[in-house]
Design a protein around this ligand. Structure first.
Ligand SMILES: [Zn+2]
Length: 320
């Protein structure tokens, strides 16, 4: 970085125009920041060796970016990032000036953009080594199908290695399989903590009565094997229940949250069909299905939390 000593007038907002400041940072758009060198060199080694006396240091960054970095450094101000581009510019500048602590303070400002632009945030987070933001963004990409993601490739993806993108696709694939397995396994539903009805904890045998052996109006052509405490049993589930589960599973895959199961359309259809079974479903389902759905939403949220994107270690290259 080249330094020069010149006269100038400062037009920037307080506290970045303090006459007591002993260094002037002149941004690419011609704005002068009069700052405290001690504070700057505390946060960036790049500014440690600047000569004594009021020095003007021109930098290639825009005043808006530099303003945000200074707002993080100066305790009485807060940065403003009205668009993701501003966060990216601040991340790049803080990397360039080796402001490590500042870098980690900026990272959470990516969060508000994660849901709308997950792939872009993923690429940015990868580029800047931000693990938590990368995980959150990878999770958010699950709410889009892969083709939708690819219909609008952000420019930041130019910096995303194919190897990392392939890991993201594998994460999609694994998540899909994990959800399929979760819904194919009746054990978690049968072993869910029983719901409370009228202040009373219900045993599962009372709450999921429809999974007890009975002659339903329509049975699903499968056998489910499950364990409840020490009991191992095989049941033939009612058709309406399996159809409900299938809808719930697809909704979870689309929305990636537990509340997706709690869709009134699914519940009403299930109840209507269950009404055809005079033996158990007709009475048990309207009473207990809402409680079971409520428990399922919580179980699914806890399960989705366990599906985390982790960067795979680099593969060793074969020796030629
Ligand atoms: Zn039935």
């Amino acid at each position: 970085m080249s330094c020069q000593t010149t006269e100038h007038s400062a037009y920037v907002q307080p506290p970045f125009n303090d006459p007591g400041g002993d260094i002037v940072i002149r941004t690419a758009d011609g704005v002068d920041f009069r700052l405290l060198k001690a504070l700057l060199s505390l946060t960036s080694p790049v500014f440690k060796d600047i000569q004594d006396g009021l020095t003007v240091v021109p930098i290639p960054d825009q005043s808006r970016t530099w303003d945000n970095l200074m707002r993080i450094i100066y305790p009485i101000t807060k940065p403003e990032f009205p668009a993701i581009d501003h966060v990216v510019a601040a991340l790049q500048a803080s990397s360039k000036y080796e402001m490590r602590e500042i870098h980690s303070v900026i990272a959470p400002y990516l969060t508000p953009y994660t849901d709308n632009e997950p792939l872009r945030v993923f690429a940015i987070a990868y580029q800047h080594g931000l693990q938590a933001q990368m995980q959150a963004a990878a999770h958010a990409t699950l709410r889009r199908n892969v083709t939708a993601i690819l219909s609008d490739i952000p420019c930041e993806c130019d910096q995303l290695p194919v190897r990392i993108y392939a890991q993201l696709l594998r994460f999609h694939h694994k998540t899909n399989e994990a959800i399929d397995q979760k819904f194919a396994d009746p054990n978690w539903i049968l072993n869910m903590r029983p719901p409370m009805v009228k202040g009373r904890t219900l045993d599962f045998t009372y709450s999921i009565l429809w999974l007890r052996s009975h002659t339903c109006s329509a049975m699903h052509p499968t056998y489910l094997t499950y364990r409840y405490q020490s009991i191992k049993a095989t049941i033939t589930p009612p058709l309406w229940w399996m159809e409900f589960l299938d809808k719930a599973k697809n909704a979870v895959k689309t929305h990636m949250k537990g509340t997706a199961v709690n869709n009134p359309t699914f519940a009403i259809k299930a109840m209507n069909e269950a009404a055809g079974c005079k033996e158990i479903c007709q009475t048990a389902v309207p009473l207990y299905l809402p409680h079971v759905i409520d428990r399922m939403t919580k179980e699914i949220d806890a399960f989705l939390e366990t599906l985390r994107f982790e960067l795979e270690p680099d593969q060793p290259r074969p020796i030629d």
